[in-house]
Design a protein around this ligand. Sequence first.
Ligand code: ADP
Length: 263
Amino acid sequence: LGSRDQHWEMRVRSLPGGQRIVHLSDRTGSHAADRIRVDFVANASHELRTPLASILGFIETLEDAADDPETHARFLNVMGTEARRMQRLIDDLMSLSRIEAEKYRAPDDSVDLAALAREVRDELAAVAPERASDVVIDAAALPPVRGDKVQLSQLLHNIVGNAMKYGRAGTPVAVTLKASGDSMIRLSVADESEGIAPEHLPRLTERFYRVDSSRSRAAGGTGLGLAIVKHIVERHRGRLDIGSVVGKGTTVTIFLPAAPASQ
Ligand code: ADP
Protein backbone atom coordinates (compact mmCIF):
# COMPACT_ATOMS: atom_id res chain seq x y z
CA LEU A 1 0.00 0.00 0.00
CA GLY A 2 2.65 2.53 -0.90
CA SER A 3 5.28 4.24 1.18
CA ARG A 4 5.29 5.12 4.89
CA ASP A 5 4.45 8.73 4.08
CA GLN A 6 1.05 7.71 2.81
CA HIS A 7 -2.05 7.66 4.99
CA TRP A 8 -4.99 5.45 4.21
CA GLU A 9 -8.34 5.17 5.89
CA MET A 10 -9.84 1.68 5.83
CA ARG A 11 -13.51 0.91 6.41
CA VAL A 12 -14.86 -2.64 6.43
CA ARG A 13 -18.52 -3.48 5.96
CA SER A 14 -19.79 -6.99 6.55
CA LEU A 15 -22.44 -8.33 4.22
CA PRO A 16 -24.95 -11.04 5.02
CA GLY A 17 -23.42 -14.39 4.09
CA GLY A 18 -19.97 -13.57 5.48
CA GLN A 19 -18.70 -11.42 2.61
CA ARG A 20 -16.99 -8.13 3.35
CA ILE A 21 -16.51 -4.89 1.49
CA VAL A 22 -13.20 -3.16 2.24
CA HIS A 23 -13.18 0.55 1.47
CA LEU A 24 -9.80 2.28 1.26
CA SER A 25 -9.44 6.08 0.98
CA ASP A 26 -6.18 7.91 0.36
CA ARG A 27 -5.95 10.60 3.07
CA THR A 28 -2.32 11.53 2.37
CA GLY A 29 -3.16 15.07 1.20
CA SER A 30 -5.39 16.12 4.08
CA HIS A 31 -3.08 14.44 6.60
CA ALA A 32 -0.12 16.46 5.30
CA ALA A 33 -2.18 19.70 5.39
CA ASP A 34 -3.15 18.97 9.02
CA ARG A 35 0.49 18.41 9.94
CA ILE A 36 1.56 21.68 8.32
CA ARG A 37 -1.16 23.58 10.22
CA VAL A 38 -0.26 22.00 13.57
CA ASP A 39 3.48 22.61 13.04
CA PHE A 40 2.79 26.22 12.03
CA VAL A 41 0.82 27.00 15.19
CA ALA A 42 3.45 25.29 17.35
CA ASN A 43 6.30 27.19 15.65
CA ALA A 44 4.52 30.55 15.82
CA SER A 45 3.76 30.05 19.53
CA HIS A 46 7.35 29.10 20.23
CA GLU A 47 8.70 32.12 18.32
CA LEU A 48 6.42 34.45 20.31
CA ARG A 49 6.99 32.77 23.63
CA THR A 50 10.78 33.15 23.59
CA PRO A 51 10.90 36.98 23.55
CA LEU A 52 7.90 37.15 25.88
CA ALA A 53 9.65 34.93 28.46
CA SER A 54 12.68 37.18 28.22
CA ILE A 55 10.57 40.34 28.78
CA LEU A 56 8.82 38.77 31.77
CA GLY A 57 12.19 37.73 33.22
CA PHE A 58 13.53 41.28 32.90
CA ILE A 59 10.41 42.74 34.53
CA GLU A 60 10.96 40.49 37.55
CA THR A 61 14.62 41.44 37.78
CA LEU A 62 13.77 45.14 37.46
CA GLU A 63 11.33 44.87 40.32
CA ASP A 64 14.22 43.64 42.48
CA ALA A 65 16.69 46.26 41.26
CA ALA A 66 14.26 49.12 41.70
CA ASP A 67 16.68 51.97 42.33
CA ASP A 68 19.63 51.39 40.05
CA PRO A 69 19.13 53.73 37.06
CA GLU A 70 21.91 52.14 35.01
CA THR A 71 20.39 48.67 35.29
CA HIS A 72 17.00 50.15 34.46
CA ALA A 73 18.26 51.69 31.24
CA ARG A 74 20.09 48.52 30.16
CA PHE A 75 17.15 46.22 30.85
CA LEU A 76 14.63 48.55 29.20
CA ASN A 77 16.80 48.51 26.12
CA VAL A 78 16.79 44.70 25.95
CA MET A 79 13.05 44.60 26.62
CA GLY A 80 12.53 47.05 23.74
CA THR A 81 14.54 44.80 21.39
CA GLU A 82 12.52 41.74 22.38
CA ALA A 83 9.20 43.58 22.08
CA ARG A 84 10.13 44.78 18.58
CA ARG A 85 10.96 41.19 17.64
CA MET A 86 7.46 40.16 18.72
CA GLN A 87 6.01 43.06 16.76
CA ARG A 88 7.83 42.05 13.54
CA LEU A 89 6.64 38.49 13.96
CA ILE A 90 3.02 39.53 14.51
CA ASP A 91 3.19 41.88 11.50
CA ASP A 92 4.50 39.03 9.32
CA LEU A 93 1.87 36.58 10.62
CA MET A 94 -0.85 39.09 9.81
CA SER A 95 0.60 39.71 6.35
CA LEU A 96 0.58 35.98 5.64
CA SER A 97 -3.04 35.60 6.65
CA ARG A 98 -4.09 38.70 4.68
CA ILE A 99 -2.34 37.40 1.56
CA GLU A 100 -3.97 34.00 1.98
CA ALA A 101 -7.38 35.60 2.46
CA GLU A 102 -6.94 37.45 -0.84
CA LYS A 103 -5.71 34.38 -2.68
CA TYR A 104 -8.71 34.18 -5.01
CA ARG A 105 -9.00 37.90 -5.81
CA ALA A 106 -6.88 38.78 -8.83
CA PRO A 107 -4.66 41.82 -8.15
CA ASP A 108 -5.41 44.67 -10.56
CA ASP A 109 -3.22 47.71 -9.84
CA SER A 110 -0.95 48.81 -12.65
CA VAL A 111 2.43 48.98 -10.92
CA ASP A 112 5.64 50.67 -12.06
CA LEU A 113 8.02 48.09 -10.59
CA ALA A 114 11.18 50.14 -11.20
CA ALA A 115 9.76 53.13 -9.29
CA LEU A 116 8.60 50.80 -6.52
CA ALA A 117 12.07 49.21 -6.32
CA ARG A 118 13.61 52.69 -5.87
CA GLU A 119 11.11 53.50 -3.11
CA VAL A 120 11.88 50.25 -1.32
CA ARG A 121 15.64 50.84 -1.67
CA ASP A 122 15.23 54.25 0.00
CA GLU A 123 13.14 52.78 2.82
CA LEU A 124 15.67 50.00 3.43
CA ALA A 125 18.54 52.50 3.23
CA ALA A 126 17.00 54.42 6.12
CA VAL A 127 17.09 51.25 8.26
CA ALA A 128 20.51 49.96 7.10
CA PRO A 129 22.47 53.05 6.00
CA GLU A 130 25.76 51.09 5.96
CA ARG A 131 24.43 49.00 3.03
CA ALA A 132 22.51 51.77 1.26
CA SER A 133 25.07 52.58 -1.43
CA ASP A 134 25.53 48.87 -2.29
CA VAL A 135 22.05 48.49 -3.80
CA VAL A 136 22.22 49.05 -7.55
CA ILE A 137 19.00 49.11 -9.59
CA ASP A 138 19.20 48.36 -13.31
CA ALA A 139 15.78 48.81 -14.93
CA ALA A 140 15.25 48.95 -18.67
CA ALA A 141 12.12 50.74 -19.97
CA LEU A 142 9.42 48.44 -18.72
CA PRO A 143 5.70 47.97 -19.12
CA PRO A 144 3.85 48.10 -15.80
CA VAL A 145 3.11 44.94 -13.86
CA ARG A 146 -0.46 43.96 -13.09
CA GLY A 147 -0.36 43.49 -9.37
CA ASP A 148 -1.11 44.53 -5.84
CA LYS A 149 1.15 47.50 -5.09
CA VAL A 150 1.26 46.94 -1.33
CA GLN A 151 2.14 43.28 -1.73
CA LEU A 152 4.75 43.91 -4.43
CA SER A 153 6.38 46.48 -2.17
CA GLN A 154 6.52 43.87 0.58
CA LEU A 155 7.97 41.30 -1.83
CA LEU A 156 10.74 43.73 -2.82
CA HIS A 157 11.36 44.59 0.85
CA ASN A 158 11.81 40.96 1.75
CA ILE A 159 14.15 39.89 -1.04
CA VAL A 160 16.24 43.08 -1.28
CA GLY A 161 16.31 43.15 2.54
CA ASN A 162 17.59 39.54 2.63
CA ALA A 163 20.31 40.31 0.08
CA MET A 164 21.41 43.28 2.22
CA LYS A 165 21.29 41.19 5.43
CA TYR A 166 22.98 38.04 4.21
CA GLY A 167 25.27 39.51 1.54
CA ARG A 168 28.84 40.44 2.47
CA ALA A 169 29.27 44.02 3.69
CA GLY A 170 30.51 46.32 0.94
CA THR A 171 29.54 44.01 -1.95
CA PRO A 172 26.82 44.98 -4.44
CA VAL A 173 23.17 43.95 -4.29
CA ALA A 174 22.11 43.96 -7.94
CA VAL A 175 18.41 44.52 -8.59
CA THR A 176 17.64 43.95 -12.28
CA LEU A 177 14.29 44.45 -14.00
CA LYS A 178 13.73 43.33 -17.57
CA ALA A 179 10.84 42.45 -19.82
CA SER A 180 11.02 38.76 -20.63
CA GLY A 181 9.11 37.15 -23.51
CA ASP A 182 5.64 35.72 -22.76
CA SER A 183 4.34 39.10 -21.36
CA MET A 184 6.23 38.71 -18.11
CA ILE A 185 8.57 41.04 -16.21
CA ARG A 186 11.68 39.47 -14.76
CA LEU A 187 12.96 40.79 -11.43
CA SER A 188 16.22 39.45 -10.08
CA VAL A 189 18.08 40.29 -6.89
CA ALA A 190 21.66 39.03 -6.68
CA ASP A 191 24.03 39.25 -3.73
CA GLU A 192 27.59 38.20 -3.00
CA SER A 193 27.88 36.01 0.07
CA GLU A 194 28.81 32.55 1.23
CA GLY A 195 25.69 31.32 -0.57
CA ILE A 196 23.25 28.58 0.40
CA ALA A 197 23.97 24.84 0.18
CA PRO A 198 21.73 23.10 -2.38
CA GLU A 199 19.91 20.90 0.16
CA HIS A 200 18.37 24.00 1.79
CA LEU A 201 17.10 25.63 -1.40
CA PRO A 202 13.79 23.74 -1.78
CA ARG A 203 12.85 24.48 1.85
CA LEU A 204 13.59 28.22 2.05
CA THR A 205 9.99 29.24 1.39
CA GLU A 206 8.64 27.09 4.24
CA ARG A 207 7.38 29.08 7.19
CA PHE A 208 10.10 29.46 9.85
CA TYR A 209 12.71 27.55 7.86
CA ARG A 210 16.15 29.13 8.37
CA VAL A 211 19.58 27.97 7.27
CA ASP A 212 21.23 29.55 10.32
CA SER A 213 18.73 30.46 13.04
CA SER A 214 21.00 32.54 15.22
CA ARG A 215 22.20 34.58 12.24
CA SER A 216 18.63 35.17 11.08
CA ARG A 217 17.53 36.28 14.56
CA ALA A 218 20.56 38.51 15.04
CA ALA A 219 19.69 40.20 11.74
CA GLY A 220 16.08 40.71 12.92
CA GLY A 221 14.63 37.94 10.72
CA THR A 222 11.32 36.24 11.48
CA GLY A 223 11.78 33.21 9.21
CA LEU A 224 8.60 34.21 7.35
CA GLY A 225 9.99 36.55 4.68
CA LEU A 226 10.32 34.06 1.84
CA ALA A 227 7.06 32.29 2.76
CA ILE A 228 5.36 35.67 2.30
CA VAL A 229 7.19 36.18 -1.02
CA LYS A 230 6.04 32.77 -2.25
CA HIS A 231 2.40 33.52 -1.43
CA ILE A 232 2.56 36.93 -3.12
CA VAL A 233 4.10 35.39 -6.26
CA GLU A 234 1.37 32.72 -6.32
CA ARG A 235 -1.38 35.32 -5.99
CA HIS A 236 0.15 37.17 -8.96
CA ARG A 237 0.34 33.97 -11.02
CA GLY A 238 4.10 34.48 -11.20
CA ARG A 239 7.12 32.24 -10.76
CA LEU A 240 9.86 32.21 -8.12
CA ASP A 241 13.31 30.72 -8.44
CA ILE A 242 16.11 30.82 -5.85
CA GLY A 243 19.56 29.89 -7.08
CA SER A 244 22.77 29.97 -5.09
CA VAL A 245 26.42 29.12 -5.56
CA VAL A 246 28.28 28.30 -2.34
CA GLY A 247 31.13 30.74 -1.86
CA LYS A 248 29.74 33.20 -4.41
CA GLY A 249 26.21 34.33 -3.67
CA THR A 250 22.49 33.99 -4.13
CA THR A 251 20.11 35.17 -6.85
CA VAL A 252 16.36 35.33 -6.34
CA THR A 253 14.45 35.59 -9.64
CA ILE A 254 10.76 36.41 -9.91
CA PHE A 255 8.58 36.56 -13.02
CA LEU A 256 5.43 38.67 -12.81
CA PRO A 257 2.78 39.22 -15.49
CA ALA A 258 2.91 42.55 -17.34
CA ALA A 259 -0.31 44.62 -17.35
CA PRO A 260 -2.29 44.39 -20.60
CA ALA A 261 -1.41 47.25 -22.99
CA SER A 262 -4.84 48.90 -22.57
CA GLN A 263 -4.29 49.62 -18.85
P1 ADP B 1 14.53 35.41 7.67
O1 ADP B 1 13.56 36.32 8.34
O2 ADP B 1 15.16 34.42 8.60
O3 ADP B 1 15.52 36.14 6.82
P2 ADP B 1 13.33 34.36 5.20
O4 ADP B 1 12.09 33.56 5.05
O5 ADP B 1 13.39 35.69 4.54
O6 ADP B 1 13.60 34.47 6.76
O7 ADP B 1 14.55 33.48 4.67
C1 ADP B 1 14.67 32.15 5.16
C2 ADP B 1 16.14 31.79 5.31
O8 ADP B 1 16.74 31.73 4.01
C3 ADP B 1 16.97 32.80 6.08
O9 ADP B 1 16.92 32.57 7.46
C4 ADP B 1 18.36 32.56 5.53
O10 ADP B 1 18.95 31.45 6.19
C5 ADP B 1 18.09 32.15 4.08
N1 ADP B 1 18.25 33.25 3.11
C6 ADP B 1 17.28 34.02 2.58
N2 ADP B 1 17.79 34.91 1.69
C7 ADP B 1 19.12 34.69 1.67
C8 ADP B 1 20.22 35.26 0.94
N3 ADP B 1 20.04 36.27 0.08
N4 ADP B 1 21.47 34.76 1.17
C9 ADP B 1 21.66 33.75 2.05
N5 ADP B 1 20.67 33.16 2.75
C10 ADP B 1 19.42 33.62 2.57
